[in-house]
Ligand binder design. Structure first.
Ligand SMILES: Cc1cc2nc3c(=O)[nH]c(=O)nc-3n(C[C@H](O)[C@H](O)[C@H](O)COP(=O)(O)O)c2cc1C
Length: 255
């Protein structure tokens, strides 16, 4: 494995490359049985402490929202039933839907640093009504899905790329988010590499919440062999590369 020397003009790309699993050689603190780090920072000596009220503020509509926020979980089991096309459509809109154009930028259902929206959404379909198994990409401006490849085994191959996580083969569909890094770099240069991950967090949280409201199951995925997944979905891994995924499907209960 060739290591690239980092400098201020390539640090983002080096970070992206050198955080791939293939470079993680030494066992982690967890694997070595080291104690868990504390879950929060200690209170400074002598600090004033305020116990916060438990009841959420807001009207009835807000109450429903707070309940959904509290009930969100990563759910990894799926019913055999196919996802409805309308459900997939809503999930795509909730995660990347375009609300309006402003000075050449898109304003969407999710925030993005500088409204650059550098993410693309690929969908690996296992079981979605009216769609053949295979690879699709969301076109947010038109709210359309483009079929890139028909391949009923793609879900299985994607599960292997996600370090053998079976849920990728068993879900209704897997969302695969890539970053087209030049969209972020154009404004932020190397700092853009930070923002793509922050953007992706917002996108996936919207997916979780939309699934919660539609009673669908959803689980984020960060454990992926980047090179294999980039190849599976046909991106070059340098100018466009996978950064995050999530599986969705019909709810069967359980976690
Ligand atoms: C960045 C990120 C990566 C994750 N990657 C995986 C993954 O590869 N496989 C998996 O089963 N869960 C994954 N999860 C889900 C977490 O395990 C889950 O959020 C965590 O256990 C807390 O559970 P909760 O989501 O139900 O609150 C990931 C979550 C995040 C935010």
């Amino acid at each position: 494995m060739t290591r690239i020397e980092a400098n201020p003009d390539n640090i983002g790309q080096v970070f992206q490359e050198h955080t791939k699993y293939k470079y993680v050689a030494t066992p982690s603190e967890m694997m070595r049985g080291r104690p868990l780090p504390a879950v929060e920072q200690p209170v400074p000596d002598g600090a004033d402490i305020m116990t916060l009220p438990r009841d959420a503020a807001g009207d009835q509509e807000a109450e429903v929202f707070w309940r959904r926020v509290a009930s969100r979980r990563s759910r990894r089991n799926f019913a055999d039933e196919a996802l409805e096309l309308g459900e997939l459509s809503t999930l795509l809109w909730a995660t990347q839907g375009v609300l309006k154009m402003m000075d050449g930028h898109t304003m969407r259902t999710v925030p993005s640093a500088g409204a650059r929206h550098p993410l693309e959404t690929y969908v690996i379909v296992n079981r979605v009504e009216s769609l053949a198994g295979g690879l699709y990409r969301y076109q947010p401006l038109e709210h359309q899905l483009v079929q890139l490849r028909e391949d009923a085994r793609l879900g299985f191959q994607a599960a292997m790329a996600c370090l053998q996580q079976n849920m990728v083969a068993l879900c209704g569909a897997t969302f695969v988010w890539t970053a087209v890094i030049d969209r972020a770099r154009w404004k932020y240069q190397q700092r853009g590499y930070r923002y793509i991950y922050l953007d992706a967090g917002h996108v996936c949280q919207n997916l979780y919440m939309a699934c919660e409201f539609l009673h669908l199951n959803c689980c984020a995925i960060g454990a992926v062999d980047d090179d294999v997944m980039n190849e599976l979905i046909g991106v070059d891994g340098r100018e466009e590369f996978v950064i995050y995924l999530a599986v969705v499907g019909k709810r069967r209960g359980g976690g």
